[in-house]
Design a binder for this molecule. Structure first.
Ligand code: NAD
Length: 253
């Protein structure tokens, strides 16, 4: 029996990349997984992969819209009866020089970052509180944030705000049996590839010079397994932390 047997998990942005890896790892541990994304075709493909292991559902939701988030969570509860695990993973990432960042770029990354994270956490709170397993929230953070990575001002601001939400909710929700943690991955996802394809030398430099374990991470077997730990019974006393799964590329203090 899998360690997440019986749990219902929402993973946003799970049509590809890190989110899809987490969804696969969860399903293989028996969780019923809801793949939330704007990309319906990608989400349906991931659900087809998950169903040999556990029930899964694809839901189209634009996470920038709180009414859609509320409706999405209501659909999950109507279908499965609860929400035990919430993974705020989706992002519309942008890279731009600080002084050239546009209003639209700032909105994209803040709307899909801290705002969507708060919408989902707010909509799921009562269900996480009432979960028979102890509710779990996992928010995706980034090693670019403590590094202050050049070219990522709006993105770093978004991730810093998500980290702040994690800390506050960890304090407020521990008494309700809910843990709230961050995961900081490094995976050559579709999103990351679109950036590094134009800068292959930068990727090589990161892997060889800044990573302690000099290889790329795997979305399912590295990041997904860490998410299974945070979502599962062994992590009930772990809250408010950032678990880096990035080959030691960044050290959070
Ligand atoms: N890939 C990495 O190495 C890395 C490093 C640090 C942090 N992260 C974090 O991990 C998470 C996943 O990253 P990734 O590289 O897999 O991203 P990605 O760009 O490959 O995938 C993001 C997913 O989010 C979905 N999405 C975007 N906007 C949406 C919206 N408005 N509504 C619903 N879905 C939407 C996309 O359709 C896509 O499926 C992000 O939070 C990212 O900041 C990733």
């Amino acid at each position: 029996m899998g360690v997440l047997e019986g749990r219902v998990a929402i993973v946003t942005g799970a049509a590809r990349g890190v989110g899809a890896g987490i969804a696969r790892a969860f399903a293989k541990e028996g969780a019923r997984v809801v793949v939330v994304d704007l990309d319906e075709e990608g989400a349906a493909g991931v659900v087809a992969e998950l169903t040999p292991y556990a029930e899964a559902l694809a839901l189209r939701c634009d996470i920038r819209d709180s009414a859609q988030v509320d409706a999405c969570v209501a659909s999950v509860v109507a279908r499965f009866g609860s929400v035990d695990v919430l993974v705020n993973n989706a992002i519309d990432a942008v890279s731009a020089r600080f002084e050239e960042t546009t209003d639209d770029e700032l909105d994209r990354v803040l709307d899909t970052g801290p705002k969507a994270t708060l919408y989902f956490m707010r909509a799921c709170f009562a269900h996480l509180r009432d979960s028979g397993y102890g509710g779990r929230v996992i928010n995706l953070r980034s090693g670019s944030e403590p590094q202050g990575l050049a070219g990522f001002g709006a993105y770093v601001a978004s991730k810093a705000a998500v980290a702040g939400l994690t800390r506050v909710a960890a304090r407020e929700w521990g008494r309700h049996g809910i843990t709230v943690n961050n995961l900081a991955p490094f995976v050559l996802s579709e999103g990351a590839r679109s950036y590094f394809d134009e800068r292959p030398e930068e990727l090589e430099k990161i892997i060889l010079k800044t990573m302690s374990v000099p290889r790329l991470g795997d979305a399912e077997h590295d990041v997904g397994r860490a998410a299974v730990y945070l979502a599962g019974p062994d992590a009930s006393y772990v809250t408010g932390v950032t678990l880096s799964v990035d080959g030691g590329g960044s050290f959070f203090s």
